[in-house]
Design a protein around this ligand. Structure first.
Ligand code: PLP
Length: 442
């Protein structure tokens, strides 16, 4: 296959394999090698590849209408998708704003929060509070609320000032004699102190991933943590923005991860699994009062991108979500997720370099450590995550390893997010290949 020298890749020094086809949970490259997509790319491909119903829906939409700019028109397919999303959303989340991906969703949510406070006459509210070791996207607003120092470092002069508090990171944060509930309340108290320091009337929103994803492996919240945060936000009129770009749309076994926490945010961002990778699409789900404020005030949400509500993207997402409902795939996520967890624990639970295995549904993270007894990370200069990724690709396995640090707070992690349609046999292969990959590098 001919190779262009003009496109440049993230890793500037090397060219990745050329992907040519995909079927189910498998991808093939131009050399004929097959890979199990055990991470759904970056927790995107929830239905796997080549799903005929999604492809047919996209074809039908292209034949009818590919694109109409949203400043002139809406489309039937965008309205249908909005109805489906609101129909299955947490209480009060009655409106949807479409965008083209996760970072765009976060940017839109941040600006919605700001505009809401301007329109209710509280323009002095200009601070966001977010969490360390989080990831909310790579655009400047999203990077500012994000807490991945390695990604932020060189762009810091361009970022708005955001206050970061501790994440809910039980493996490293909970004290030996502390219950998970007490740990959660300690974190809520830390947030309360931070709000007091900034002045409660100056804070717009607290931003968090319901289940952390792309920075410190999968970080699951302890019981009561988000309820405490919700109460605190309500007490001070602060919005709760939950970012479920990675952990949402069924990935953790319920459509929205916040359902398992018993909280409803004011703004909820989704992307990745919304369109399952068939088209770039994301969305912000919003509480009715936020949208009503803007409707009755300025009448305009002062934000937008050219491709928002793209008709083919909406058609793809509508088909993906209809397949998930029709085929009861959330049940499958829970069942297959339990199986994946048991296989991981059985095969890797006592591995000397696997410190922690944690997750929900089909969203699992492994934290890699040099020394299990003292939970010590590997030296960042070893670039373990990068070497593991290469070893896994040689084993025909796509995993999403992460590492990279400037402040010693990241360590090396592996994220698994296989498609919801994975069979038990495929899960077995994922775990076997992961074990072999790990043994090649540590
Ligand atoms: N928010 C979260 C929680 C994410 O995990 C990501 C991407 O990994 C984003 C936002 C950014 O999404 P995108 O890469 O589609 O811009």
């Amino acid at each position: 296959m001919s190779q262009s020298t003009h496109v440049f890749h993230r890793q500037l020094a090397k060219r990745p394999p050329v992907a040519v086809s995909g079927q189910g949970i498998w991808l093939r490259d131009a050399e004929g090698r097959s890979y199990i997509d055990a991470s759904g790319g970056a927790a995107v491909s929830c239905l796997g590849h080549g799903h005929p119903d999604v492809i047919a829906a996209m074809h039908r939409q292209i034949d009818q209408l590919a694109y109409a700019h949203t400043s002139f028109f809406t489309t039937e397919v965008a309205e249908q998708l909005a109805d489906l999303l609101v129909g299955s959303a947490p209480a009060g989340m009655s409106h949807v704003y479409f965008v083209s991906g996760g970072s765009e969703a976060v940017e839109a949510a941040l600006k919605m929060a700001r505009q809401y406070f301007v329109e209710i006459g509280q323009p002095q509210r200009r601070h966001f509070i977010a969490r360390r070791q989080s990831y909310h996207g790579n655009t400047l607003g999203a990077l500012a609320v994000g807490g991945n120092e390695w990604r932020r470092e060189q762009f810091r002069p361009l970022l708005i000032d955001v206050t970061h508090v501790s994440p809910c990171y039980e493996y490293r944060g909970r004290l030996p004699d502390e219950t998970p509930e007490a740990y959660g309340q300690r974190l809520v108290a830390e947030l309360a102190r931070t709000i007091e320091e900034l002045g409660p009337d100056n804070v717009m929103a607290f931003v968090a991933e319901t289940v952390g994803g792309a920075t410190a492996g999968v970080l699951t919240p302890v019981p009561g943590y988000f309820k405490g945060i919700r109460d605190l936000c309500d007490r001070h009129g602060i919005l709760l923005i939950l970012d479920e770009v990675m952990c949402g749309m069924g990935r953790t076994g319920t459509l929205h991860a916040c359902e398992q926490e018993g909280v409803v945010p004011d703004l909820l961002t989704v992307a990745k699994g919304l369109g399952g990778g068939y088209q770039p699409i994301g969305a912000v789900l919003a509480q009715g009062r936020i949208v009503e404020t803007m409707r009755q005030g300025s009448g305009l949400f002062q934000h937008g991108h050219t491709y928002l509500g793209h008709a083919v993207a909406c058609a793809a997402a509508l088909a993906v979500q209809q397949v998930i409902q029709r085929d009861h795939l959330l049940t499958q996520v829970r069942d297959r997720g339990a199986y994946l967890a048991s296989r991981l624990r059985h095969e890797l639970g006592d591995h000397p370099h696997v410190g922690d295995i944690r997750g929900r549904g089909l969203f699992w993270g492994l934290e890699l450590v040099q020394d299990r007894a003292i939970r010590q990370w590997f030296e960042p200069s070893l670039k373990l995550h990068a070497r593991l990724k290469s070893a896994a690709m040689e084993e025909g396995l796509m995993i999403y390893p992460m590492g990279g640090t400037v402040d010693g707070r990241c360590g090396d992690h592996v994220l698994l997010a296989p498609p919801f349609i994975s069979s038990e046999g495929e899960v077995d292969q994922i775990v076997t290949r992961l074990r072999r990959s790990l043994d090649r590098v540590v």
